[in-house]
Design a protein around this ligand. Structure first.
Ligand code: PLP
Length: 477
């Protein structure tokens, strides 16, 4: 094997020599630029390299950090539940033991400072004005309940009038839609869904549909009180032009804008000044390497008058959402306390969070294109509308004909082939015939632990099904 070398400039401004071990093909060589780089110790070839500053995590260290993953499974679904490296799990265990060792000391002398440190880390990462704008909660579902609960009170207390509208995407996450039903529809709000095309080809399609929905909301002199906008929709997965949509909301006088970015931090650009929403939530257990479960909810401080409370009321009720959320009764707070440890892990990678994001994006696009080419299908969105996940069309001959086929096929791939990947049903439109168009799209993810073999395993599993003449009807019995 002939090693080859590339010289690159690290973020700290030092040149470093990268040793590429396996320049095999396009995919592999691109993957290897981050999976297989090492600081050179080539006997003085680069004597001035400061190793301590430049020793990024190595491929074998990455493997060790995720050695608890089931090696029999090609896990190309980071999007659903994220991942947590062993160094962060150890840090979490430390916190848990600290509590169990002396709970009172932990409660009086550790917990609140620890949560404050985690909130500060998030504040600077997302460019919020003040740490008070950041609350830590269990997950995006809880964050949505907090925001929507205050919408419900606004209706109940006469601030909003019955029939006033809330706008959300048709592809909003199922659990969040239920929350809108429970808190907004039930309170008298009129919910309007933004229909989005899929496959999608450009931001403009999304913007046009969004404007249309706002127009409907404002018909008959009604007001649009709330817009719920996903930053990255879950299924199908598409990056939404949130900055533009928030700007449109401001122009059109929408009272409140909530961005549901369950997949935000670590996956796409998250800057509160840029985006300009009133509320923004992102899970930290999906793309930020925290254990389940922790998310942040950002609430813009300049916007006075929001009556936000944690749905679990406890001693701190009335002391501000961040403080309320930091004590909602006796429970395990360790996931909220390891945010600095997760950042420490992230900073072992070249370019930190930005580097991870960029490489995940580049590789998932490459893998998506590789799969679409192998199956003769198409991507569900162009690369610029994808972050670290991408939708890939499955061969039409699999005859994915109804929603439930997706879950059955997903289970079949897990059980028979050791591949974990979610699948989306794209119903045929009038005149379209199943078997002649793509009706199923797989959502593939890329995270630092993934290897090219994971995607080859998926490709080969589908190729095998096609070769065997498999159709989803076979799963109907
Ligand atoms: C867009 C979106 N919102 C909300 C959620 C809910 O996240 P959680 O289950 O962590 O609360 C998800 C989960 O995938 C999601 O994709």
């Amino acid at each position: 094997m002939t090693p080859n070398y590339i010289l690159s400039l690290s973020l700290s401004g030092h040149f470093r020599l990268l040793l590429r071990l396996r320049p095999i093909n396009l995919f592999r060589s691109k993957m290897s630029s981050f999976h297989h780089h090492y600081d050179s110790d080539m006997n003085g070839t680069k004597p001035t390299i400061k190793k301590s500053k430049l020793s990024f995590i190595t491929p074998s260290e990455i493997d060790a950090q995720f050695s608890h993953h089931d090696s029999a499974v090609a896990r190309i679904n980071n999007g659903s539940f994220g991942c947590c490296p062993s160094s962060v799990i150890s840090a979490q265990n430390e916190w848990q033991l600290r509590f169990l060792r002396q709970p009172d000391d932990f409660y009086f002398n550790g917990l609140q400072d620890g949560i404050q440190r985690s909130r500060s880390v998030i504040r600077s990462l997302i460019n919020a004005d003040h740490v008070d704008e950041i609350s830590l909660v269990d997950n995006a579902t809880t964050a949505a309940a907090i925001v929507l609960q205050q919408t419900s009170w606004a209706f109940a207390e006469g601030l909003f009038r019955k029939g006033d509208a809330a706008v959300m995407l048709h592809y909003a996450y199922g659990a969040v839609k239920k929350s809108v039903e429970a808190y907004v529809t039930r309170a008298g709000g009129h919910v309007i869904e933004v229909q989005l095309p899929f496959p999608v080809t450009s931001n403009q399609e999304i913007i046009t549909e969004f404007r249309r929905a706002l127009e409907r909301g404002k018909a008959d002199g009604k007001k649009v009180r709330l817009a719920v906008i996903d930053h990255i929709t879950s299924m199908p997965s598409v990056v939404i032009p949130v900055k533009k949509l928030v700007q449109i909301c401001r122009e059109e006088g929408v009272d409140q804008v909530f961005v549901d970015a369950a997949h935000g931090i670590g996956c796409t650009d998250v800057d509160m000044q840029e985006i300009g929403a009133d509320f923004y939530t992102s899970n930290l257990h999906k793309w930020f390497f925290c254990p389940p479960s922790v998310a942040f909810l950002y609430c813009r401080k300049a916007q006075k008058g929001f009556d936000l409370h944690h749905p679990v009321v406890s001693h701190e009720y009335g002391n501000g959402l961040a403080i309320e959320s930091a004590w909602i009764g006796t429970r395990d707070y360790s996931a909220q306390l390891v945010v600095p440890s997760a950042l420490e892990f992230i900073n072992r990678f070249e370019g930190g969070i930005e580097g991870i994001k960029r490489r995940n994006h580049d590789t998932v696009v490459e893998m998506g294109q590789m799969l679409a080419k192998a199956w003769g299908t198409n991507l569900g969105a162009p690369p610029e509308l994808c972050a670290s996940m991408i939708m890939v069309g499955l061969p039409p001959c699999l005859e994915i004909s109804i929603d439930s086929d997706c879950l059955k096929l997903r289970t079949h791939l897990r059980v028979k082939f050791g591949v974990e990947v979610p699948i989306y049903f794209r119903a045929p439109k009038d005149g379209e015939i199943i078997r002649s168009i793509v009706t199923g799209y797989a959502r593939i993810s890329h995270q630092v632990y993934n290897k090219i073999e994971n995607y080859y395993k998926f490709r080969d599993a589908i190729n095998q099904l096609v070769k065997d003449g498999f159709t989803c009807k076979l799963l109907h019995e």
